[in-house]
Design a protein around this ligand. Sequence first.
Ligand SMILES: C[S@@+](CC[C@H](N)C(=O)[O-])C[C@H]1O[C@@H](n2cnc3c(N)ncnc32)[C@H](O)[C@@H]1O
Length: 233
Amino acid sequence: MRKVGTIIDNLRKGENAPDRHENPYLKEAIQLADYLFTQNELNEKISTLFKDTSKPLILEIGCYMGKNVLEIASQNKQLNILGIDITYKRVVKAARKLKRLNIDNGKIAICDGRAFLSEIIPDKSLNGVCVFFPDPWPKDRHEKNRLLKKEFIDNLYQKLAPKGFFWFKTDHEQYFEETNKLMLESGFVPDDGLNGEPLPQPRDILGGPYETAFQKLFTGKGVPFYQRVYIKE
Ligand SMILES: C[S@@+](CC[C@H](N)C(=O)[O-])C[C@H]1O[C@@H](n2cnc3c(N)ncnc32)[C@H](O)[C@@H]1O
């Protein structure tokens, strides 16, 4: 499974970064140890990341520069939220904002979303997972790179606690339809319920509405997007 963040691990151990990785974001990552974790560190610290570990845990995969993590954490002190992404620059920018505002219920990790679900988080530990505008990989030959595939969705089901939610947004209609089919086949119940009875929504739980960076971009260009919430029964 893909592993990211090892350069930060090495820097934190006092080793030098390879020349081509000399950049200010990596140097800053050393100063953000209470807010920014690597995939290796998550393996050891996942149960102690947050000050109050009794709070419900929400995960955002592909958190980009942390806009949602910051907004959700500051508006919902009753829960913890972890944002993960795979690029150094984005996670450093996200963790920097949390540190500046002294937010202790929001954390960031440089970590692959598939590895997080399959190798790091124990079963039934997550109360909600958000994936907003994941890369759609629209070309047939790249389709294998998509995040939301059957294996991922089966793992997601296992890692969510009962009544946990999955909140998905995308601008790509085909990705939306294919994911929707996989979600229903995996036993998730859509937000409108199987018999049309409304289920609790993240927006009821989390407040909001939260407009992601890519959502803003698409909306600004008049591009429609699709979203749905699924509940683990
Ligand atoms: C198109 S951007 C959307 C960003 C943000 N969710 C939004 O809506 O504004 C997709 C993000 O997912 C991240 N990403 C891609 N593959 C990932 C993976 N396997 N695990 C975690 N993050 C990933 C990318 O680095 C990028 O920041």
